[in-house]
Design a protein around this ligand. Structure first.
Ligand code: MN
Length: 235
């Protein structure tokens, strides 16, 4: 078989020290994201808070951007927002798992930014159209290095923050999530065969806002490597 052209290699994310002295990387297969998982954020966007079911959307692996990059201000938008999130990296298969068994599928955790073309997302929402162009775009899924789950310990009341040019804009705790990590994995595993390489962006606390060229975004979660992104000029 002859391939007509070569595709880029599968995108990968650095992993903090699972094997001493060896730089391991986590290959990315799929990127799942959940919307409205913090009550105060749902309200700030004018959405009702409910426990009916998590709201899922996807980003392509081609949207991945590693922490530390400077990206061009994204095309097609005049209102690009940051959303600081905990990212869960799946490390074992999971299909129709119960919440009490779901944590066995977790490899590790990372700080991430769910960059959002809010104007495109809002226009799609108003018409009942898919969110894809608002959410799934190049450099729209930003991620720092993954910390193995046993190094972080339990996900509980860790603080999650986002600073824009040094000013704190988002400041919450992971325990504010409406759907917990095991509940999210259990729900997603009803819909997909989760496999190693699958990432889950778990939603953002209140305080999202627009970015501008020249901005520096720095996001933290207690116990994890911070995520950093600079916004360059538009292309
Ligand atoms: Mn989000």
């Amino acid at each position: 078989m002859t391939l007509l052209f070569d595709l880029p290699a599968v995108p990968t994310v650095p992993v903090l020290g699972p094997i001493p002295g060896v730089e391991a990387r986590y290959p990315v297969r799929r990127i799942f994201c959940v919307g409205r998982n913090y009550a105060a954020h749902a309200l700030e966007l004018g959405n009702a808070v409910d426990r009916e079911a998590p709201i899922w959307f996807n980003k392509a692996p081609a949207a991945l951007c590693l922490s530390g990059e400077t990206i061009a201000y994204p095309p097609g938008t005049a209102n690009c927002h940051y959303e600081m999130e905990l990212v869960v990296a799946i490390g074992a298969p999971a299909f129709r798992v119960a919440p009490e068994n779901a944590m066995a599928a977790v490899y590790g955790y990372a700080c991430g930014l769910d960059m959002t073309r809010r104007d495109l997302q809002n226009a799609a929402k108003a018409k009942g159209y898919p969110w894809d162009t608002g959410k799934d775009f190049e450099n729209g899924a930003v991620m720092a290095a993954i910390t193995p789950a046993d190094q972080l310990g339990a996900v509980a009341g860790q603080r999650i923050t986002l600073a824009q040019n040094g000013a704190t804009k988002q400041d919450g705790t992971l325990s504010d999530m409406i759907w917990s990590i095991p509940e999210l994995i259990a729900d997603l595993s009803r819909l997909y065969h989760l496999e190693p390489g699958d990432l889950i962006y778990t939603g953002t606390p209140a305080g999202v806002g627009a970015v501008a060229s020249g901005d520096v975004l720095e996001g933290t979660i207690d116990g994890l490597t911070p995520v950093r992104l600079e916004i360059g000029a538009a292309e």
